[in-house]
Design a protein around this ligand. Structure first.
Ligand code: ADP
Ligand code: MG
Length: 335
């Protein structure tokens, strides 16, 4: 427990919060010890690597402060499951560190826990532990996800080779458009398109089934959270290669196509915007053909890994497109 700076989280009692709302989310997994101990005990599994990832989310930065609490919880879990999927890992469990504003209400907390519980059940995972504190600042959440992959078979960013095909799952740019949709900034778009895009922003679909299927097929993989172009740049840098993306091949959802056709967004915005949570991977020629033919989720070849460095995006005539913005950066000064 932390130093007592007054009542924890307003009228909310931290211990009953853990016992009433979070303990059920262990879903009976003995490793969590019912959230009645100092720590969880996860049995090791010989022959497997444990894959660990953590993502923090801050109100006003990663979600809107008045977003529905259940969706905040579900996105928090899903962005971490996306990281595990990108490493070819199957999820095993999660730990939650939560700093709730002092005036958080019991109703808000109940809805948050219900959303988290809903997705933990959907992905068949236990909550293994965490920490609960009150903060004078904005709601700040951190979730650690644990996954497993057969020893040595995890997918890394550094394995791309010149000549590899470059692929993405799903569609690109919906996250960035979805943020605008959620903020009411796409008034010219049909209501159904606005709803689709806002949902893509608020509730990403982590590619948990696809990730493990890429083991032994993809040479390098990552999830796209900060924009296709910027994230691809990271993959290229650690692999010591460059990439050539054919803009016309990049898969766009029908609502994103309509927003583009209506001049509401530029292609650069879609290629550089964040929050897609699709998988980006490089694979030797033909290695994912059968997977792509299966079509679930849709996989699209968007370009090629080349010798050298840097990401170029070319149009159908092979002309390099100028990209004015790279992608999301937390510590970049405002333009
Ligand atoms: P400590 O005294 O070490 O801070 P706590 O009282 O915070 O321990 O935690 C007691 C138990 O409740 C531990 O099993 C811890 O993992 C769990 N726990 C606390 N907060 C959360 C949370 N937000 N989500 C899940 N488990 C939690
Ligand atoms: Mg303790």
């Amino acid at each position: 427990m932390d130093q007592d700076n007054g009542p924890a989280a307003g009228a909310v009692d931290e211990f009953s919060l853990i016992a009433d709302l979070f303990a059920p989310l262990t879903r009976g997994d003995p490793a969590a010890r019912g959230l009645c101990d100092d720590a969880a005990f996860l049995p090791a599994r010989p022959g497997w690597d444990t894959v660990l990832t953590v993502d923090a989310m801050v109100a006003g930065v990663h979600f809107l402060a008045d977003d529905p609490p259940d969706l905040i919880a579900r996105k928090l879990l899903r962005v971490n499951l996306s990281d595990l999927a990108a490493k070819g890992a199957a999820p095993v469990g999660a730990l939650l560190a939560a700093a709730f504003p002092r005036d958080v209400t019991p109703d808000w907390l109940r809805a948050f826990a219900a959303g988290l519980g809903r997705d933990l059940a959907a992905f068949d995972l236990p909550l293994l532990g965490g920490d609960t504190v009150a903060t004078p600042g904005p709601l700040t959440l951190s979730l650690t996800a644990l996954g497993r992959v057969p020893a040595g078979q995890g997918l890394e960013r550094r394995g791309a080779r010149p000549g590899d095909e470059l692929w993405v799952s799903g569609s690109i740019g919906d996250g960035a458009l979805g943020l605008r949709a959620a903020r009411g900034q796409l008034p010219a778009l049909a209501a159904a398109d606005v709803a689709f895009l806002a949902d893509r922003y608020r509730l990403p679909q982590p590619r948990v089934a696809l990730g493990p299927l890429l083991r032994g097929r993809a040479g390098a993989a990552m999830d796209i959270s900060d924009g296709l172009v910027q994230d691809l740049g990271h993959l290229c840098r650690v692999s010591g290669v460059g990439a050539r993306v054919e803009a016309a091949r990049v898969p766009l959802s029908p609502p994103a196509r309509r927003a583009l056709a209506g001049g509401m967004v530029t292609l650069a915005d879609l290629l550089c915007g964040g929050d897609d949570y699709e998988l980006l991977f490089a694979a030797p020629a033909g290695a994912v053909a059968a997977l792509a033919a299966a079509g679930d989720p849709p996989l699209t070849r968007i370009g090629t890994i080349v010798a050298g460095a840097g990401v170029s995006v070319v149009d159908q005539q092979g002309v390099t497109l100028p990209l004015t913005r790279g992608g999301w950066r937390h510590f970049r000064a405002a333009p």
